[in-house]
Ligand binder design. Structure first.
Ligand SMILES: [Zn+2]
Length: 332
């Protein structure tokens, strides 16, 4: 497979009428969905923050509905047809319906009621595996109760810049009769194209991070968002099909990525595990993990008119550099 890209050059005179400045802008096509992304020269678009997140956490904890003592009273319960106990627990993780639903079946799962403040480096494989497992059970239970709802995804808005309206760290699940735009586009990708993309990245090596067993990880060729990583699981189409072993393996990979983000100075991320209906032949359950701007007063959002209104990525962290910074963790 040829990874499509082209180069543009912007020319201008330096301020004050000085010398000619030439700026390269590389445009890349996503090998699966065809969306385009601009890879910009590094210009500090994602500065690390000096904001005191721990102090902000203490400030907003006093009225947090997901903290111990409030979570039982202030969160809704799953209807009996989905789950008799009203919420799904695994380890310290607790899943309940999203009070502000985004779908016919919309869930929130906290890593733990006691973890109101959870920096990226502290999101362990165990916390992730337990939290993901609640989402897998949720998808499974919804599909059993509502067979039309076959499109499941597991997602995260971690911290406010990523879109989280509640500070307390959590995952979100959506199970619906209809796909989101990206689920629809990804489900239309032929099986051979998934295989060719991974084969190309394996042999190119510069963005391929490695496999953790049954899951392959790479830095996105055409990232939608900063420091974007992708993971692919062959033979599985839906989160509902993840067994405990694969869930743990996925948690392991995500924790490696988040550990690297923490080291790179990031505190906020988005995650989406894009499911197709269970049993969809040739589909590979796949995930995007991306860093978001750091929280601080008057911070710059990394989501601009390009991402929001043109559906065009624009990042100043080259995918190859991201792979170089993160790859070591997957190889060791
Ligand atoms: Zn809390």
């Amino acid at each position: 497979m040829e990874l499509e890209r082209y180069l543009m050059t912007a020319e201008m005179l330096a301020p004050g009428g000085g010398e000619l400045i030439r700026t390269p802008v590389e445009v890349r096509f996503d090998p699966l969905t065809g969306h385009t992304t601009r890879i910009l020269p590094e210009r500090g678009l994602m500065p690390s923050g000096d904001f005191d997140l721990a102090a902000f956490a203490r400030e907003n904890q006093t009225h947090c509905p997901f903290c111990p003592g409030r979570i039982d009273e202030l969160t809704p319960r799953l209807p009996p047809a989905i789950h008799a106990a009203g919420h799904i627990t695994r380890g310290e993780a607790i899943l309940f319906p999203n009070l502000h639903a985004y779908a016919s079946h919309s869930s929130v799962s906290v890593y733990s009621p006691r973890l109101h403040y959870l920096p990226l480096a502290a999101i362990t494989e165990q916390l992730l595996a337990d939290n993901l497992a609640t989402q897998v059970s949720f998808a499974d239970a919804v599909m059993a109760a509502d067979p039309d709802a076959s499109w499941a995804s597991i997602n995260a808005n971690h911290m406010l810049p990523a879109g989280s309206s509640l500070f307390h760290p959590h995952l979100q699940g959506i199970v619906d009769a209809h796909p989101t735009t990206l689920q629809r586009l990804l489900a239309a990708v032929p099986a051979e194209r998934f295989a060719a993309y991974l084969e190309t990245e394996r042999s190119a090596g510069e963005r391929y991070l490695g496999d953790t067993g049954r899951i392959e990880w790479l830095a996105s060729f055409a990232p939608i968002a900063p420091a974007e990583l992708r993971a692919f699981i062959a033979g599985i189409a839906s989160p509902a099909e993840l067994d405990d072993e694969l869930t743990r393996e996925l948690a392991h990979g995500i924790s490696l990525g988040l550990g690297a983000y923490a080291e790179m100075g990031f505190e906020s991320f988005n995650l989406a595990l894009y499911g197709a209906p269970p049993g969809t032949a040739g589909y590979r359950l796949n995930l995007r993990l991306a860093a978001r701007s750091n929280l601080k007063p008057f911070y710059r959002s990394d989501s601009t008119f390009l991402e929001r209104l043109h559906w065009e990525g624009a990042v100043d962290l080259s995918p190859e550099l991201v792979a170089e910074r993160i790859g070591e963790r997957f190889r060791s």
